[in-house]
Design a protein around this ligand. Sequence first.
Ligand SMILES: C[S@@+](CC[C@H](N)C(=O)[O-])C[C@H]1O[C@@H](n2cnc3c(N)ncnc32)[C@H](O)[C@@H]1O
Length: 303
Amino acid sequence: MMAAHVLALILALADPAPAAGLAVQQRGAGAEAPPKREIYAKIVDELYDVSPYTGVGAGSWGFQPDRTYPHSHLQDFMVENILNYTKQPKFWLEAGSFIGNSAILTAKVMKKRGFDSSSVVCVDPWTGDVNMWAWNKGRTGPNHFNYLEMDKMGEPRIYETFLSNVHSEGQQDVIVPIRATSLVAMRLVARLHKEKRLPQLPDVIYLDSAHEKDETLMELRDARNILQPGGILFGDDWMWEAVRGDVTTFAQSLKLQRLPASTLERFGAPGWQVTQPADGLLVVGKSGQKPESDHFATWYIPK
Ligand SMILES: C[S@@+](CC[C@H](N)C(=O)[O-])C[C@H]1O[C@@H](n2cnc3c(N)ncnc32)[C@H](O)[C@@H]1O
């Protein structure tokens, strides 16, 4: 029987994962030159024995990309505005990545802007949330989508689909996954930074994860704790009562100052409106729509 490490080597040679290649190449090239996407390289070095993309897309990789998920709300202009506000962030943390749509969009905008020192760290257990499990059998959810990407053995394959999507879109040099809950990952990031194993904390945190009452509040507290001053915490699904309630409670508990109109303008775009439902909390949604019933309404708490 072939030893696991020999098999991994053959797979890597058959289709070298640019992610691993990048870190190795950057380390080897100029002896002391720091890697361009330093957070990416540090996460891989500190957490993995091999690139998380090892074997992805190779002949023996048994999973297909799937870009048909119908509920990604993140827009290019939202990412652009945040990149401008945070002045070329190096560390973008996304909690709740599912099959990768929002992360891929983010990575593409970063590349379009020439931000070659920015990394997107994606955090998700990739095991399905409450709706995904409730809707999957018989595909009873919106668009009859296979939310769990369930295989013939009944296993959710959301993680493998995420890897396939990132790889097929060529964004594996920007996006690095951590397969854990948001709380585990955010506490891990805090610890790695405290132990000087990560050079900095996140500049941006995008929360599109638990969507459950109280769990969202816990995520918000941990996220704000690890966010750099001058950074942005933002998230999807203002329309969801559990999200809206916890985000509002959290923002009010911070006793933030009211933001001036000039700050609101920095997050807008034609056809979109920016409101401030609580001091220091912004909501960007489609013009003329009530944010509470707008699927695209996205909330922001600058630090
Ligand atoms: C709506 S999907 C994310 C969609 C994605 N951001 C996009 O726009 O394409 C929500 C994701 O959050 C993840 N999730 C749920 N609870 C979580 C938690 N406690 N920590 C991290 N991720 C979680 C789920 O596994 C799911 O993949």
